[in-house]
Ligand binder design. Structure first.
Ligand code: NAI
Ligand code: HPV
Length: 397
């Protein structure tokens, strides 16, 4: 059993997978589509972070791949539909770096409000520029959070403790935390916010979500933060508004095309502006978050491959069977068509086997059933299920 982990995934993942019997290969950077296709034969578990695109072509040409672990929050880099159609489970760590992103964003807001990027640059140039001009406290200011999910809500709570008035906009129904106030449109949020921070996810429909019209609708001298995904924002438009002085400062952690490996060159239209904090996609890059992500995702991968659990899978129906497989466990991932369970139960009846536990879940046209039986299912019965037209795969543990 082999696992390939890319992009400097934390050693906690290696320990977790080795303890479960995997041989683990670690690589520091991400791989291109062709490199990935060449590397995947013989690999059951693939671990990536935000910088490796696991495309349909990669998934189609990975004969042994059982699961993909995104050792991060975002899963937009993986073709989830193709993975589901092939029965490849995709897992992530939905909460492990939430706090790290929030702390970075808070630090950036205060740094920009106090004009720290410019001040520190002048000092390094040997210039003493002591002045309160353009510098502000953050208490009493209005923070507009766009995307009020796990990160947005935690930012809301921490920002409120610092004295911010928080308003938020989300396309889904989200309850307000603390004294935060929901606004009904992005336009309304932009009109009232002194700081706008983006925390939407990387779904394809969010490409170009925030552009010239949105920057123009922001308050004069407002601050702008993007730690969500690079493709969400038109950075040319941001540059124009920074240069004109309409936007007082910005912090940007994510870019439409990010370098693949440590030390690779980086370019952006935002380079060279002294009121902009540029960081190399480090929102989730703390020791605490990476260690937590390492064991969390590795554990989910191992439990899927070795026990049949799809708990917290982002693309397969979620079934969480009891902890230890019995040696009499069957998992059947199938197209959700009428008659599957009847056929499955008939197969068990014909094999003369008693079902002890049966769990079923469905999602997006797929069904997943896990059965613990009194006896191991006979090879003939298993072969019959595997060959069934509705089966994506049938496995035993
Ligand atoms: N810079 C970094 O290192 C990191 C970046 N991220 C990014 O942050 C994103 C958000 O993370 P979470 O809060 O955990 O995700 P989440 O899924 O909990 O929240 C995203 C929220 O955005 C909302 N949303 C999506 N599109 C929207 C739109 N067009 N307009 C208004 N609301 C919209 C959703 O309804 C949801 O409530 C991740 O998907 C990832 O792309 C996450 C971790 C680290
Ligand atoms: O968690 C996420 O979605 C992130 O964007 C962090 O990505 P990373 O693991 O630092 O490549």
């Amino acid at each position: 059993m082999k696992a390939l982990l890319l992009e400097n995934i934390h050693p906690a993942a290696v320990e977790t997978l080795e303890a479960r019997g995997y041989e683990v290969e670690l690589r520091p950077g991400s791989l291109s589509e062709d490199e990935l296709i060449a590397a995947l034969p013989g690999v059951q578990l693939l671990g990536v972070r935000s910088n490796t695109n696991v495309t349909a072509k990669v998934l189609e040409s990975a004969p042994d791949l059982v699961a993909v672990g995104c050792f991060c929050i975002g899963t937009n880099q993986v073709d989830l539909k193709t993975a589901a159609a092939k029965g490849i489970g995709v897992f992530n760590a939905p909460y492990s770096n939430t706090r790290s992103v929030v702390e970075l964003v808070i630090a950036e807001i205060i740094a920009l409000a106090r004009r720290l990027p410019e001040k520190t640059q002048r000092m390094h140039e040997g210039v003493w520029d002591k002045s309160a001009k353009g510098s502000h406290e953050v208490r009493g200011r209005t923070l507009g959070i766009v995307g009020y999910g796990n990160i947005g809500t935690q930012l809301s709570t921490v920002a409120e403790a610092l004295g911010f008035n928080v308003v938020f906009y989300d396309s889904a129904d989200r309850p307000a935390h603390g004294t935060a106030r929901r606004v009904r449109s992005l336009k309304e949020l932009l009109e009232v916010s002194d700081v706008v921070s983006l925390h939407v996810d990387g779904r394809p429909g969010n490409a170009g979500f925030f552009g010239a019209a949105e920057f123009a609708a922001m308050k004069p001298r407002a601050l702008f933060i993007n730690a969500s995904r690079g493709m969400v924002v038109d950075y040319e438009a941001l540059r124009d508004h920074l240069v004109s002085g309409h936007i007082a400062g910005a912090a940007v952690d994510v870019f439409p095309a990010e370098p693949k490996a440590q030390g690779d060159p980086f370019d952006s239209v935002l380079r060279g502006l002294d009121n902009v904090i540029l960081t190399p996609h480090i929102g989730g890059s703390t020791q605490e978050a990476q260690e937590e992500i390492g064991w969390f995702v590795a554990e989910k991968l191992a439990r899927f491959a070795l026990e049949g659990s799809t708990a917290l899978s982002v693309n397969l129906p979620a079934v969480q069977p009891p902890d230890l497989p019995t040696g009499r466990r069957l998992g059947l991932l199938h197209h959700n068509v009428p008659g599957v369970l009847a056929d499955l139960n008939a197969t068990f009846a014909e094999a003369g086997d008693n079902v002890v536990d049966q769990l079923l879940s469905t999602k997006d046209g797929l069904g997943y059933v896990v059965i613990d039986a009194a006896e191991p299912l006979s090879t003939a019965a298993l072969d019959r299920l595997r060959a069934a037209e509705y089966a994506v795969w049938a496995r035993t543990w």
